[in-house]
Design a binder for this molecule. Structure first.
Ligand SMILES: [Zn+2]
Length: 304
């Protein structure tokens, strides 16, 4: 049962992550027409303004989550800048700030549960092995390739032993169709083992994967609606399998359309011209930034 039925107002997540060391908060979704650049590998996950609109329209609560789990990527200066940008825009979020780096016990306990249930197995494939799999045909260049099952044991076996230096993968139920209704894109359907394979749960550097941390955090903070980009639609199918394995509630999902420039290349938040502080330095007011973003949200949605 969705947990939204037990709460007076929906809780929406606003996720700030730092996939690149030079990250400032961006005004996505917003599509400037005159910019051309190569799309960077990190995914644009900062759908702040879409979340804001959803929260306003549905009388929801905005939470701010700092995906600072990876010490090599997260820098306190960028968080400080984000908080300052949010305050400048007049965007209120409900404290406390959720910092993934402070929540590793929760991720560890979910990891051990999956291990005991036989849902995950160690993967010893090298970067080179995985790079070869990358060359296998897969339809979405921004999604991970379907894992070829090289390290998957014949039978799922519960384990209590943890090999710290290994990656761990979730054994998907091959052939199962995972369906959900996206609040923006409508009915979705993905087949495990075909559209996506056994996916990463725990990393060899002893950090949880994005999928695991996301699912644990959404449930722990009672998120009822997740707003993020359409490049993560397939990840939602993965996360639904994880929610089921961990017996966690499933939130609603609203995936925004992805923005592309005039050459059809995907816009991402790494592009500095989209940084709120760049717009601010150019003399735009908070309401101008917000209204530009709103206009482009509308036009992007109607064009797609
Ligand atoms: Zn492997």
């Amino acid at each position: 049962m969705p947990i939204s039925t037990t709460l007076p107002h929906p809780k929406l997540s606003v996720v700030f992550s730092s996939p690149h060391p030079s990250q400032y908060l961006h005004a996505l979704p917003w599509s400037p027409r005159s910019i051309s650049y190569r799309p960077p590998p990190p995914r644009p996950r900062c759908y702040l303004l879409a979340s804001l609109h959803r929260a306003r329209d549905h009388n929801g609560t905005l939470l701010l989550r700092n995906e600072d789990i990876d010490p090599h990527r997260s820098k306190p200066a960028y968080l400080e800048a984000t908080l300052e940008d949010l305050a400048w825009l007049g965007i209120e979020w409900q404290p406390p700030l959720i910092s993934q780096s402070q929540r590793t016990d929760l991720y560890h306990s979910a990891f051990h549960r999956l291990l005991q249930q036989g849902d995950i197995y160690p993967c010893h494939c090298s970067r080179k092995d995985l790079a070869l799999m990358m060359h296998a045909p897969h339809e979405d260049e921004n999604d991970e390739p379907v894992y070829d099952g090289h390290c998957r044991p014949t039978h799922a076996a519960p384990s209590l032993i943890e090999d710290q230096a290994s990656n761990y993968r979730f054994r998907v139920s091959d052939g199962e169709t995972i369906t959900f209704t996206d609040l923006n894109h409508g009915p979705q359907s993905f087949t495990a083992g075909k559209d996506f394979g056994d996916f990463l749960i725990w990393r060899g550097d002893n950090l949880p994967s994005y999928q695991l941390a996301c699912v644990v955090d959404d449930a722990d903070t009672q998120i009822t609606e997740v707003v993020r980009g359409a490049d993560l639609l397939k990840s939602t199918a993965r996360q639904i399998l994880l929610q089921r394995a961990l017996n966690l509630p499933q939130p609603s999902y609203f995936h925004t359309h992805l923005l592309r420039d005039e050459h059809g290349l995907r816009l991402a938040k790494r592009h500095d011209a989209l940084a709120i502080r760049t717009l601010r330095a150019q003399g735009l007011t908070p309401s101008q930034v917000l209204s530009l973003a709103t206009q482009s949200m509308t036009s992007v949605t109607s064009n797609s």
